[in-house]
Design a protein around this ligand. Structure first.
Ligand code: S3P
Length: 167
């Protein structure tokens, strides 16, 4: 099986959906952020604080490159993976790029109690979400297909992805 790359904004369900999807397909699940944290021996927030976002993006790109040489993987990518066009090209070349979406108020509700996302550790989270989405939406739209997870259970999202993949 070619890899399945889950992309989309923070809080759209990439990790939760990815784990279930991989189990259904009987393949390995890989969380790109978790892999980076494991290799660096520190959390994403600390990488951002100590070395800045460009350094994190470099790690993200390197790790995606490495993963893309393998197959039979479901990969949950960080929300900013699409900022680099070469990442998009690589995902589309080596697998299916699947985007998860959610309404802004749903994203806000899902992310508000967490502190591990440096880009959303700000006073006005809604404003930050809208600003980031404005830049990224055209890039997320380059995915092979998108699914709105706002009103769906994790299982229902998995079913929808499977249905699309079998088309
Ligand atoms: C980011 C999303 C995060 C993580 C980092 C940056 C982004 O991943 O990679 O905090 O730029 O959208 P999740 O989308 O899994 O939260």
């Amino acid at each position: 099986m070619e890899n399945i790359y889950l992309v989309g904004f923070m809080g759209t369900g990439k990790s939760a959906v990815g784990k279930k999807l991989a189990a259904r397909l009987n393949v390995r699940f890989l969380d790109l952020d978790a892999l980076i944290e494991e290799k660096e021996g520190r959390k994403i927030v600390d990488i951002f604080r100590e070395n800045g976002e460009p350094y994190f993006r470099k790690l993200e790109k390197e790790n995606l490159k490495e993963i893309s040489t393998k197959d039979n993987l479901v990969v949950a990518c960080g929300g900013g993976i699409v900022l680099d066009r070469e990442n998009i090209a690589l995902m589309k070349k080596t697998g299916r790029m699947v985007c998860l979406r959610a309404r802004t108020e749903v994203i806000l509700e899902r992310v508000k109690r967490y502190k591990h996302r440096p880009l959303l550790n700000v006073e006005d989270k809604e404003k930050a979400i809208l600003e980031i989405l404005k830049v990224r939406q055209p890039l997320y739209d380059l995915a092979h297909f998108s699914i709105d997870t706002s009103d769906l259970s994790i299982e229902a999202v998995v079913e929808k992805i499977l249905a699309h993949l079998n088309k």
